[in-house]
Design a protein around this ligand. Structure first.
Ligand SMILES: [Zn+2]
Length: 141
């Protein structure tokens, strides 16, 4: 299908079609694979910039401050709750039997964070214990 865009730069263009995912193989990439293998071993891995020392969680290939390739993978351990929300209704507007608290967990000394299901009474800044290493994490306050 050809498309002539001349004179239509400000129009919203959408395509409705089917994406054939079965014919392709997707990978998590080198950092994603390392991170996922770490989860399987019960570790949260970040990647450290060799220039400024910033640690990215989840790992990233390049430091966004220094524009250099990040170096070693490091395990981060001290997790705390950065923010959270409690969900009382599902997508169909039915009240849940038990509300679910979802939070952003960050790690001391690292940039970034991971999504988590939060058990216990959530409190911003409070240390959390990781009880299940997965996507999302499951943490306890
Ligand atoms: Zn850096």
């Amino acid at each position: 299908m050809s498309w002539d865009k001349r004179g239509r730069e400000n129009e919203l263009v959408t395509w409705k079609d089917v994406m054939e995912v079965e014919r392709y193989v997707y990978t998590a990439g080198p950092d994603g694979e390392k991170f996922l293998r770490g989860l399987r071993e019960g570790k949260i891995l970040g990647r450290k910039c060799p220039r400024c020392g910033r640690v990215y969680v989840p790992p990233r290939m390049y430091c966004e401050d220094c524009f250099v390739e990040n170096g070693e993978y490091v395990e981060v351990k001290e997790a705390y709750l950065d923010s959270f929300t409690t969900i009382y209704y599902d997508n169909a507007d039915r009240r849940l039997d038990q509300p679910i608290t979802v939070g952003l967990v960050r790690f001391k000394g690292a940039s970034g964070g991971l999504l988590a299901i939060v058990q216990g009474i959530p409190e911003i800044g409070k240390k959390v214990e990781i009880v299940e290493y997965g996507i999302p994490l499951r943490v306890r306050t």
